[in-house]
Design a protein around this ligand. Sequence first.
Ligand code: ZN
Length: 90
Amino acid sequence: MPGLIQVWRFYCDYCDHSNATLKAITAHERTCWRNPQRRACLTCEHYCIVECGHPDRPEWREVCDSDADIPLEDGIIHNCWFWEAGCNAT
Ligand SMILES: [Zn+2]
């Protein structure tokens, strides 16, 4: 008969990430892109994903619609001066 074990997992308060130790998940939450305290793009009102490219082969691009028009081609950022709480900042 197969054995059965029960394990505890700790979950991030902001995303679906989990870990076996509280220490690891606490460290993750400090750097989680969905933690509003980081003032990152993923929780910002100005973060948008727009469709671009050819209609037959649509592509999507991340953009910042703030007055700063921060270029996100190289990736999202955090600790942004123009960050405003968006609908994902809960
Ligand atoms: Zn997280």
